[in-house]
Structures are given as structure tokens and as C-alpha cells.
Design a binder for this molecule. Structure first.
Ligand code: GLU
Length: 513
């Protein structure tokens, strides 16, 4: 590669970063790291009307949580920021005007004074002429109030009088702009079909288009990786690079993330529809403080699992391997293998990844991740618990949900098993086993197992007659880890109490039926 790889993630702070945005950031990060380059976070806040407070912090928090923190970001300080910053576009406001004016001088842009009513009226009259998709462009600009139709004196007068004025890009009427996109290969646009985009707004703020390319140029961005909704704007951008005489960056446009059903773009409303997060972290309404969207983190995802899942949402290394650490992703990632078609947001796959990562995590790590939910459980017991439960959960919240009986008495009992397995003589067996268990000094899984299995053998009973009902007595459910280990974790006193309590419960249940 000819110049240093510098990749930017450039979100607009108009709401929480969704999963599609996070995927873009991830691809930016992977590409930058793979090529020994820089990963930059630039906040594109030129549209102050659409800004939602708290978004920028949310973006930083989300990137940090998944472990893809940028090298350069607003407020990073140091030499980098001095050279390339500020990284928030509103802080760069004074910088853009001269570029817009430069294009006016060169004849590639013009001042326009039209009100929104003027533009509506133009659309209406074009409509009447049969032009159903009228734009402010080479077809219509001649009818409007701009520096192409007004005399230089009128223009100056209006500007001096403080009229509302914007600067528009003068797109050529009949040219083909062709560029090679790394994902989509050769892409062409007819300039005659594009509009004369506003570059500088009446309040002196640049629009996305101007700020985006000025900043990509000044920040020496080598590769622009972004969502495909920006593909058609790229024609405008290439044209602007040409007008300025700057070398454009390489472009890679990522395909959409589709709804779980495979059709239509994934949207924030899908979170409610499918009961699954589409944001990395919880998002609270900035006005009311109420939870508005649930995050993957709070849903119980491991960040590494989310990253692995997201990396594969639109990319694959072309091998069978599906589990990749972040370092392995960096090693294998390339933009050429990013797919052109939309990527279906497969919730089940996301859960599968999470499960794989939970199973592969050490008991220690899991214990530290769920500690907050179990403040009165000792670290030792929590580790044992994690070891026993980790193959039985899909997310970190299920530890509590599926394993609550370790810490609380069962709230219900599996009725089916009771009906099928409970016999009056069980009471004698339970009481005898309880006596034997009581006598154990060292209440370990192994000792417990020897006692119970020994008792079953001695009485010539079957495992099937005793173990299921024993399990239900202690945990209420048939779903759970090794019963002897469960007893160790419950501890002797609790095990004995539950065994005895269960006899009463079972007797009342069987007499009811
Ligand atoms: N600010 C744009 C966005 O919100 C960035 C597009 C780009 O990366 O050029 O998505």
C-alpha cells in the first residue's frame, strides 16, 4: 500500500450507535490493525437539529466495551490531535467555508438564495411539466435564485444584506463518474441524474458532504469504509475531490444488515418485534431517563462473542472456522471477502456464538462477569457454580435464571416427574439417604456420589427410580447440572433441609391428584 493506512469511523450523533454502525466500526478497526494503520473516530455533528444528547459518550462506551477503541478521537490530545484534530466537526466549523468558496471561485459551485417555498414551487411546476423527480440540478437551476441566474451585483447585495444563502455544488450535466469500490467493484453514476448538493448551509455550517471530504482529506484518510446508503453520495464526493485536485481515498461500501426474516433493512423497531437487542448497550431516553433500547451487554452477551458474530455478518474468511478471537480476526480480515449482498441478522447465530464463548470462558472469568448479580455468594462458590452452569446457558443472565435454585429454594417443582417417579417408599429412601449424607464430614461431590450410588446398589434400586426424583426434590427442575455437584454446592445443611421439605411437598402434591 502506498500511503499509511488511516481509517475513520464517522458516526453522526443522532442517537445510539446501532449494530450496523458497530459493524462498520469493527471493519474499520480490523482493516486498520491488519495494515498497521490508524483507527480514527470522527464525530459528524454538522446537523445540530438532529443531535441527540449522550450519543457521543454512548459511542465511546460501546467501542470500549467491545475492545475496539480508536487511536484518535475527540479530546485524545497530543501530537495527533494537533495535526489532524479537532475530531468533532462542529469544532472545525471555521475551516470549511473557504473550501466551499474556493469551489465557487473555480466555477464548480454557486450561491443559492432560494427559500424552501421556492424549491417546493419549482418541484410543483416541474411536476406539471411531467418531471416527476425534479431536483435542484442542471435542469432546474436556471429557474432558481442563485449566482448563476442573478447578476454579480445582485448576489453581492443579497449577501451584504444578510440574505439566507447556501453554497451548492454545480454537478456537470452529462458526465459519467466511475470509481472502483473495494466491495462493489466498478460503480458508475451519471452526473445528470444527481442533484446540486448543498455544501455550506445558511448558518455557515458545512453539510455532511463538504465536511466529510474536507476532513477525509485533511485527516489523510486512506480508506473510507461505510454503509452502502452512502454509495450514491460517493459520486458527488469523487467529483469534489476532482475539483479540489485532491487524491480520493479508497472506498468500500458495506451491504445492509437485513431483518432476521431476511428481507428489509434491520431497524431499531425490530428489537421490540423480535425480542432481541439491536444496540450494543442499553440506551435510556435522554429526556425521561427511561430504558428505550436494550443492549447486547445487558442482555448477557460477552463482547468477544458479539464481535465474532458481527465480523461474520457480511464477511467470512472462506474457511470452515467460525470462532475467531479479535487477534485472529485482525489476521484474517480483508475487504475483498466482504460480501456484496445483504447480511441477514440471524439471532440464533448470535446466541450460538455467545454460548460458545461462555463455554470456553474460565470459571474465574465468568464469576467476575456475573459477580454483581450474586453479591452474597462467596467467590469460591460462584466459581463452582459457573463451572457447573456454563454449558447450560446462552447468556450471562441465564446463570441466575436457570440456576437460581442454587441460592434460593425451588419455587416450583416439575409436576410431571413427581407424578411419574414419586412413590411412597421414596420417603424411606430419602430419609435413609439423608441420614447417610448427614454423617459425611467432607461434603464433596465424590463422597456424596459414593453414598447415593452405594445406597441405590445396596437396596437394589435403579438410578432411574431415585435420581430424577432426587433432582426435583433439590432443584425443582429436571434441567440442571450434575446432581452430586449440585449437592456439594448447596452444602450439607441446605441439601438435607430440601430433601426433607420435598417429602412434604411431594406428599401434598400426590394427595391432591
Ligand atoms: N456521518 C455519516 C453517518 O452517520 C458517515 C458516513 C461516512 O462514513 O462517510 O453514517
Amino acid at each position: 500500500m502506498d500511503k499509511r493506512v488511516r481509517v475513520r469511523f464517522a458516526p453522526s450523533p443522532t442517537g445510539p450507535l446501532n449494530i450496523g454502525g458497530l459493524r462498520t466500526a469493527l471493519y474499520d478497526y480490523l482493516f486498520a490493525r491488519k495494515n498497521g494503520g490508524d483507527f480514527i473516530l470522527r464525530i459528524e455533528d454538522t446537523d445540530k437539529n438532529r443531535e441527540v444528547p449522550g450519543t457521543e459518550q454512548y459511542i465511546m462506551d460501546a467501542l470500549k466495551w467491545v475492545g475496539i477503541e480508536p487511536d484518535e478521537y475527540p479530546g485524545v490530545g497530543g501530537e495527533k490531535e494537533e495535526k489532524y484534530g479537532p475530531y468533532r466537526q462542529s469544532d472545525r466549523k471555521p475551516l470549511y467555508k473557504k473550501y466551499a468558496e474556493q469551489l465557487v471561485k473555480q466555477g464548480h459551485a454557486y450561491y443559492a438564495f432560494d427559500s424552501s417555498e421556492d424549491i417546493d414551487a419549482m418541484r410543483k411546476s416541474e411536476e406539471e411539466k411531467g418531471n416527476h423527480s425534479a431536483k435542484y440540478n442542471h435542469v432546474t437551476r436556471g429557474q432558481m435564485k442563485n449566482s448563476l441566474t442573478l447578476s454579480p451585483e445582485e448576489v453581492e447585495e443579497k449577501i451584504l444584506a444578510g440574505a439566507n444563502v447556501v453554497i451548492r455544488l454545480k454537478m456537470p450535466s452529462d458526465e459519467t463518474i466511475t470509481f472502483t469500490d473495494i466491495v462493489r467493484e466498478e460503480v458508475s453514476f451519471q452526473t445528470g441524474l444527481l442533484d446540486d448538493k448543498v455544501m455550506l448551509k445558511a448558518d455557515g455550517m458545512p453539510t455532511y458532504h463538504l465536511a466529510n471530504i474536507v476532513d477525509d482529506h485533511l485527516m489523510e484518510i486512506s480508506h473510507v469504509i461505510r454503509g452502502e446508503e452512502w454509495l450514491s453520495s460517493t459520486a458527488h464526493h469523487i467529483f469534489m475531490y476532482r475539483c479540489f485536485g485532491w487524491e480520493p481515498p479508497h472506498f468500500a461500501h458495506l451491504s445492509l444488515i437485513l431483518k432476521p426474516v431476511g428481507k428489509g433493512k434491520l431497524s431499531k423497531r425490530d428489537s421490540a418485534t423480535f425480542g432481541f437487542p439491536v444496540f450494543p448497550l442499553d440506551w435510556n431516553d435522554p429526556e425521561t431517563g427511561d430504558l428505550q433500547f436494550e443492549g447486547f451487554k445487558e442482555y448477557g452477551f460477552l463482547p468477544d462473542a458479539l464481535i465474532n458474530f458481527l465480523a461474520f455478518l457480511g464477511w467470512n474468511p472462506g474457511t470452515e472456522q467460525e470462532i475467531f478471537t479479535l487477534d485472529q480476526l485482525i489476521e484474517s480480515f480483508n475487504l475483498e471477502k466482504v460480501v456484496k449482498s445483504g447480511a441477514r441478522f440471524d439471532i440464533e447465530k448470535a446466541k450460538w456464538y455467545n454460548q460458545q464463548y461462555i463455554m470456553a470462558s474460565s470459571d474465574d472469568k465468568l464469576a467476575s462477569m456475573i459477580q454483581e448479580q450474586f453479591s452474597d455468594v462467596s467467590p469460591e462458590n460462584l466459581k463452582l457454580f459457573c463451572g457447573m452452569m456454563k454449558e447450560r446457558v446462552e447468556n450471562l443472565n441465564e446463570f441466575k435464571k436457570n440456576g437460581y435454585f442454587f441460592f434460593d429454594k425451588p419455587q416450583s417443582f416439575d409436576e410431571k416427574t413427581i407424578r411419574k417417579k414419586y412413590k411412597l417408599e421414596n420417603d424411606v429412601h430419602f430419609l435413609s439417604m439423608a441420614d447417610k449424607l448427614e454423617a459425611i464430614d467432607d461434603f464433596t461431590t465424590e463422597n456424596i456420589q459414593n453414598i447415593i450410588k452405594g445406597y441405590i446398589a445396596e437396596k437394589e434400586l435403579s438410578f432411574g427410580a431415585i435420581l430424577p426424583i432426587l433432582r426435583v426434590a433439590l432443584t425443582g427442575t429436571m434441567k440442571g447440572p450434575d446432581i452430586f455437584g449440585t449437592m456439594e454446592l448447596l452444602g450439607k445443611p441446605e441439601t438435607l433441609v430440601r430433601l426433607k421439605d420435598a417429602l412434604v411437598t411431594f406428599a401434598s402434591k400426590t394427595s391432591e391428584s
